[in-house]
Write a new protein. Structure first.
Length: 107
């Protein structure tokens, strides 16, 4: 009887860790989106940065998202801008940006 209780407790603990990780990931992604939005808006004034930002975030690794998110606290540096541009040039980001642009244009 003790084993099922321990197994259930372990499952609950793992679920709590997963939920915590999801919250942390969501916070980091939101902060990174803010930074990427700033970079895109500065580099390409007049463009709707939101769809481009989403594509960049989706193409970034978890480590890159954390690096970019940290710029929200420390300030956007030339290195941050370069990192965002490099991610935006990846094939999956370019494809996403192109698809979003066509959607925005009604295509």
């Amino acid at each position: 009887m003790i084993r099922p209780v321990l197994a259930f407790t372990a499952i609950l603990a793992l679920s709590a860790c997963d939920a915590t990780n999801q919250v942390a990931d969501g916070i980091a992604r939101a902060q990174a989106k803010s930074v990427v939005n700033t970079v895109v808006s500065q580099r390409f004034p007049g463009l709707n940065a939101a769809p481009i930002t989403d594509c960049v975030i989706d193409a970034a690794s978890a480590g890159e998202i954390i690096q970019i998110a940290s710029a929200g606290v420390t300030g956007v540096t030339p290195e941050t801008t370069q990192q965002v541009i490099q991610i935006a040039q990846r094939p999956e980001a370019v494809q996403c940006i192109t698809q979003n642009s066509l959607t925005l244009l009604g295509g």
